[in-house]
Design a protein around this ligand. Structure first.
Ligand SMILES: Nc1ncnc2c1ncn2[C@@H]1O[C@H](COP(=O)(O)OP(=O)(O)OP(=O)(O)O)[C@@H](O)[C@H]1O
Ligand SMILES: [Mg+2]
Length: 249
């Protein structure tokens, strides 16, 4: 059986077109030998579209507050722009990429986190559609949107979505690619390895803040639930020549 790697491509990397195209070329190559599920965010694209619509961007502990008008824009940015661009880049490199979101095929069912507006927390993964795609040799590219049990659309943090998918599919490896070389200490140096029990203290003493919080929390959950290899790594270096932080039990 082929191994499965879930890759979360940070929206933060879409600001770096060179890194993005280098990564997509590398991923297309890897996808010929391994099963890959690609999950992506879209922070900068969302911010820039919200700006065009004169809607303010608000964050609570690294998670985006999403009201109804913002939700429309979030979906437009993620499924309409970032997802399309990633699929285009992959098919240019001869990968059988198919763009979906967590909503498609009810792949990820979420529960609303009311304090954040139309933001969902994954509660169930229905693996059918993603499984059908991977088994048939397609590379699913998943935008971080999902629906709740009643079909209400929600914005889901892409790190949290990637974690839910990696756990549900018992992935061999989960890699969060972002715009920094892993988790940095207070002197901005990469922490090479972090044990799950040391994550909370690093959040408490504010070494880890903002968008890094859902990532390390996702790492903790996935390591505890059996994903064998978990990384937060530099999107510029990519996967084969990985540079970043490995999270261990
Ligand atoms: N200790 C830390 N080490 C590294 N980065 C940190 C740390 N604490 C906070 N950060 C911030 O986390 C950011 C990465 O998270 P961010 O959500 O911005 O990007 P992303 O998840 O790759 O993109 P997206 O959310 O659009 O998918 C870094 O650019 C950095 O500013
Ligand atoms: Mg993020």
């Amino acid at each position: 059986m082929k191994s499965l790697t879930v890759v979360k491509f940070g929206g933060s990397l879409t600001k770096n077109p060179e890194a993005q195209s280098k990564f997509l070329k590398e991923l297309a190559g890897i996808s010929r030998k391994q099963n890959i599920i690609l999950v992506h965010g879209g922070g900068p694209e969302i911010n820039s579209l919200l700006n065009k619509f004169s809607i303010e961007s608000k964050f609570v502990s690294g998670l985006r507050f999403t009201d109804a008008p913002a939700l429309d824009v979030v979906e437009m940015a993620l499924s309409g722009k970032v997802n399309r661009a990633l699929v285009t880049g992959l098919i240019k490199n001869k990968a059988n990429a198919v763009g979906i979101s967590g909503k498609d095929g009810n792949s990820v069912v979420c529960k609303q986190v009311k304090s954040l507006g139309f933001v969902g927390e994954p509660v169930k993964v229905n693996g059918k559609l993603i499984e059908v795609l991977t088994k048939a040799g397609f590379l699913p590219v998943i935008a971080s949107i999902a629906a709740d049990a009643k079909g209400n659309v929600m914005n889901v943090n892409a790190d949290t979505l990637a974690t839910a998918i990696a756990v549900a599919f018992k992935a061999d490896k989960l890699v969060f690619l972002t715009d920094v070389a892993g988790v940095l200490d207070k002197n901005k140096k990469t922490i090479k390895e972090i044990k799950v029990k040391n994550i909370e203290p690093l959040i408490k003493d504010e070494t880890i803040t903002g968008g890094m919080i859902p990532k390390v929390k996702g790492c903790a959950v996935s390591v505890k639930k059996g994903v064998k290899e978990v990384w937060i790594a530099d999107g510029v270096s990519g996967i084969k020549n990985i540079k970043g932080t490995v999270i261990k039990k």
